[in-house]
Structures are given as C-alpha cells and as structure tokens.
Write a protein that binds this ligand. Structure first.
Ligand code: MTE
Length: 310
C-alpha cells in the first residue's frame, strides 16, 4: 500500500472515522482495486456524504455495472485507449481546488471538500451517450452548476461558461502528444448552464469520483455528447465570448460547440441512430436530446441557424 507522510493539516483517519469502520472501508476499497489510493483517498471516502436520489430524472434504463463504468473510459490526458483507469490512478485527487472567475461578482478558489459541504448535493441517475456511439447509465453524486453560479454572482456581460481541466505533465502521459491543444477546454451558454440538468459531479456509485471518471470533480450535461463533460476540472470561468473547445479546435467539422444528441444527424464518419449499452451487449435506438428533450428543447427555440447537433 502507498504510504505517505501526513502534512500538518491532514487529520489522521482515526480522528475522522472509528477504526473498525476504516478497516471495513479499506477492505471494500481493496476489493474495488483501490487499495493504493493512500490516506487522502481514505479521508475523501470517509467524508463523502450519503446523498438522496433526485427522482425527477429517472433514466428508464438499468444502471451500468460499476466495473464497466470505471474501466472503460475516455480521458486522453492519460492515453487514447479505453483502459486509462490504470495510469489515471497517479492523479492526486486531494487536495484539489477549482477556481471560479471571470465575469462574476465574487471570484473564488474552492476546495472540492468545501464545495461538497456547501452545495446542495444529491444523487442523479443520468444517461451518458458518447459521440463514439456507446452509452452508460451512472448514479452520479453532485450539485447543479446553477447553485455554484448563484454563490459567486454572475455579471450581466457573462454569456458563456468555460471549463478548463487539469494538465499535469508529471502524471498525464497524454500531454506529451503536443499536437493536441491542451488543456482540455469545454463550454456552454449561460442559459444551458442555468438548466437544472447541468450537473457538477463529485461522486459516482455513492463514492468519491475516481480519477478515471474525472475525479475529484467533473461536469455533465446528459443531453449532449459525452465529450462536452470536462473531467478533473480546475477552472470555471464566466466569459463574454464563446470558448473554443478541445475537440472543436482539432476537428471542427466533426465536433462543434453545441453537440446536442440527435439520432438523425450522423457523425461524418458513422451513424448516430443507435448506441451500444456498456456491459449488456445490447444496441438500442438513440433518442433526441438523449431523452431529455422535455427539460431542454426550449433552450434551442431561437437557435435554428446554429449547428446544434454536432
Ligand atoms: N475530459 C477530459 N479532460 N479529457 C478527455 O479526454 N473525454 C470526454 C469526456 N471528458 C475527456 C473528458 C469524452 S469523449 C467522454 S465520452 C467522457 O469524458 C467519458 O466519461 P467517462 O469515461 O466517465 O465515461
């Protein structure tokens, strides 16, 4: 097991949780292949809130097996194959801060622990549809982006939210691929950010979010292709200009700003009509807005001239 020297501000885990519970948890973590997460990782698990599930967004599909969702991932900073959960374990998840800045009244750097305590944390079971035509259903723990935006106060000139994610060359071998425009950046409009479905995620399957899923904090808008969901966020900025995202910078004909899910608009190289459901061997029809149209279609009424579906 990875042992490291404790810094002054870190509580010994015995001060947080009774010893028997710590050992019980450690056994459980070991079973999940996480025994090497070290003392900060155990403290994250001990502090993690039990969040009530929001019944408003029932997915209408079975939850994907945790093992599938945590071992089949896209996270190019760690490599281009789906097995990046191994190298991703090197990402130090605690302490971690997110800067919220730009056109806000009270710019601030938040620790993920503080956010988890201060924000209205709940569980939401959301579908995730990757642009590569696979999908999964995950119980995420998190809070609406709108709650964070209210806390910092959005100024009138803010039209977009820009998300920037971690770029740590010491632990992210993918950053050596210098033809990619690191860091990974994503964005949405202020109206999309204010939609209740826009969710900042700090956990999955009732546990703190693992590195491979974008721990300790990521974004998710379930009606958009998964690449819009920046992982391991370090900065959230309110801006006046539309941010250029990572994939848009690489291949603008294939990956646009909006990236709303639509089975009738194929990717230039493949159909988007159906999707492979991870862990089931099933292929099911893809739904417009990934099935979330009743909550989000109204956002796009005046935007018919935009390329909403790529
Ligand atoms: N965020 C970062 N920083 N780097 C990435 O490569 N890949 C995106 C998105 N967020 C990616 C990222 C893509 S393409 C998808 S489909 C989802 O993360 C996958 O999330 P998951 O691995 O938790 O399923």
């Amino acid at each position: 097991m990875f042992i490291r020297r404790r810094r002054g501000w870190e509580m010994p885990e015995s001060a947080v949780t009774p010893e028997a519970l710590v050992f019980g948890r450690r056994t459980a973590l070991k079973a999940a292949g996480l025994a090497s997460i070290g003392l900060p990782g155990l403290a994250r698990a001990a502090d993690f809130p039990a969040a009530a599930r929001n019944a408003r967004y029932e997915p209408g599909r079975a939850i994907t097996a945790e093992r599938e969702a945590t071992t089949y991932n896209n996270f190019y900073e760690f490599g281009t194959d789906k097995g990046i959960y191994r190298p991703a374990q090197k990402l130090p998840l605690s302490p971690w801060t997110v800067k919220v800045d730009g056109l806000v009244d009270r710019p601030r750097e938040f620790s993920v622990e503080d956010l988890t305590k201060a924000m209205p944390v709940e569980e939401r079971v959301y579908r995730l549809r990757c642009v590569e035509a696979w999908s999964m259903v995950v119980p995420w723990t998190g809070f609406p982006l709108s709650a964070l935006l209210s806390a910092v106060g959005v100024q009138a000139g803010a039209k977009y939210v820009r998300f920037e994610t971690a770029a740590l060359p010491a632990v992210m071998p993918g950053l050596r691929q210098s033809w990619y425009p690191w860091p990974y950046v994503e964005g949405c409009t202020i109206e999309e950010a204010g939609n209740d479905l826009s969710f900042l995620v700090v956990g999955a399957y009732g546990k703190p979010l693992l590195a491979q899923n974008g721990g300790p904090i990521r974004f998710h808008q379930p009606w958009k292709y998964g690449f819009k969901a920046g992982k391991s966020l370090t900065r959230i900025s309110l801006v006046a200009e539309r941010p250029k995202s990572f994939w848009e910078a690489i291949q603008p004909q294939e990956y646009g700003f909006w990236a709303n899910i639509n089975p009738e608009v194929p990717h230039p190289r493949w159909s988007q009509a159906s999707e492979r459901v991870l862990g089931t061997g099933e292929r099911v029809p893809t739904q417009l807005f990934n099935g979330y149209g009743e909550f989000v279609a109204g956002l796009y009424g005046n935007l018919q001239r935009e390329r909403l579906w790529t």
